[in-house]
Structure formats: C-alpha cells, structure tokens
Design a protein around this ligand. Structure first.
Ligand SMILES: Nc1ncnc2c1ncn2[C@@H]1O[C@H](COP(=O)(O)OP(=O)(O)OP(=O)(O)O)[C@@H](O)[C@H]1O
Ligand SMILES: [Mg+2]
Length: 214
C-alpha cells in the first residue's frame, strides 16, 4: 500500500520543507518505508540526506513537472512525501493531482486565510481534472508551544468560517526542527548537548504525524 502526501503552500517559508522532513523522520523511525521527492528548488531534503542520519529515508532530487508523476508511480509501498516549491506551478499541480492528502502549512504569525485559499483553489482545479476529491488540511506552523496568540485564534476562526479543515495539531517553533537541517540528522539522532528540548520536539512531531497519517 502506498500513500502520497504533498506539502504545498503558495507562500514561501510557510514550513513545507520542515514539516515534510519531520514527518518523514517520524514515519521512518517507526519502521515505515519513506520516500521524499524533493521538489523545492533549494533541495533541502537532498542536502539533508548527505548527512549522517541512519534512518533509511530515500530522497530523490531533481524533481520537475516532467518527472514527478513517474517518480510517484515508481514507488510500490510506503509513504511518498513531496516537498514542493512555494509557487503555483505545473509541478505543484501534478503533485497535487497524484496526492492522497495535501498538507498546507501556514506560518501563524504572518498569514491571512486568503493565502491558504490560493493553494486550495489549485486543489479544487485539480479535483475537476482527476474527477475525485483530493483531501487537504491546513496546519499552523511555527506556533509557540506555550501561548496561543490572538492572530492564531482569529485565523482558526476565519478558516472555520470558510469551511477549511484545520489540523488540531500544529508544528511548534522549536530549535530541534531547525537543527535537523543544520546538523543533517534526524530528531532522534540530535545531540542533546547541542540542541535544547529534543523530547518535546519529538512529542510534537509524533502528534502532528499521527494526525496526518490518520
Ligand atoms: N517548526 C519550526 N521550528 C523552527 N523553525 C522552523 C519551523 N518551521 C520552519 N522553520 C524555519 O523557517 C524557515 C522556513 O521554513 P521551511 O524552509 O520549512 O519553509 P518552506 O515553506 O519550505 O519555504 P520555501 O517556500 O522557501 O521552500 C526555515 O529557516 C526553517 O528552518
Ligand atoms: Mg521549502
């Protein structure tokens, strides 16, 4: 069985690459077969794979509109996670068309609900082409683990009013989530002498992943 999850958001810096990487690490750590298709032009996932992590996550780079569908189809089992660029492109559209779920991360400090709307419009257009529903969820990212801001509350209300599904869990702002890229290793292999709050980060990452998978 294969599950395809695309991480898309028209806004740059929303947390697509971070969420994709963190979810990949949790799934792989728990024994799932994970393939990341790195469609971010900066190829953060490809660079991550050059590090020391022992997690058997396969990362495929040079993902383009011409090969993304071929790469998705080539995987037989496990999770295919697609890290996308922050624009509405043919690559993004094709990945969405093939997805079992689209996760739309949103940086809670800057966003307004209209931004999520752009990605959701793209999903709706692809649904017409493929003639099936493409499930999607909006996820707040980089939120404080301790305080819920007014903006966050307002945003959640806006999304709710527009009937947009918001994930219950959020990826909090945590040093560990940056450090996996900086040290090119996984949450489970970070050095607690160098990075604070690893257990809390793992707890958050596992809750987010559990919700996405379910
Ligand atoms: N939960 C988090 N905790 C701490 N830092 C984060 C978190 N999420 C994202 N960041 C940081 O925010 C920046 C942007 O995040 P990321 O690269 O994941 O976004 P993106 O949506 O992939 O951006 P782009 O559109 O440029 O590809 C990065 O420096 C990343 O380390
Ligand atoms: Mg990215």
């Amino acid at each position: 069985m294969k599950q395809v999850i695309a991480f898309a958001a028209s806004k740059g810096g929303a947390g697509k690459s971070s969420t994709c990487q963190i979810v990949a690490e949790v799934l792989s750590h728990h024994g799932q077969v994970v393939t990341i298709l790195d469609g971010d032009p900066n190829e953060p996932q490809v660079r991550w794979r050059t590090g020391t992590s022992k997690l058997p996550i396969t990362v495929i780079g040079d993902i383009t509109e011409n090969n993304v569908v071929k790469h998705i189809n080539a995987v037989d089992e496990g999770y295919v996670l697609i890290d996308l660029e922050g624009v509405a492109s043919r690559l993004v559209a094709r990945a969405i068309a093939k997805a079992d779920l689209v996760v739309i991360p949103f940086q809670a400090s800057t966003l307004d609900a209209a931004e999520a709307g752009k990605t959701i419009n793209l999903i709706t257009e692809e649904e017409e082409i493929v003639e099936r529903k493409i499930p999607f969820k909006v996820m707040l990212s980089r939120t404080s683990p301790v305080i819920k801001t007014r903006l966050e509350t307002d945003l959640a209300a806006q999304l709710e009013r527009n009937g947009l599904p918001l994930m219950r869990n959020q990826l909090n702002e945590r040093a560990a989530f940056k450090s996996v890229f900086a040290y090119k290793t996984s949450l489970y292999e970070l050095d607690p002498e160098k990075v604070n709050g690893i257990p809390k980060a793992i707890e958050n990452a596992e809750a987010v992943t559990k919700e996405i998978v379910s």
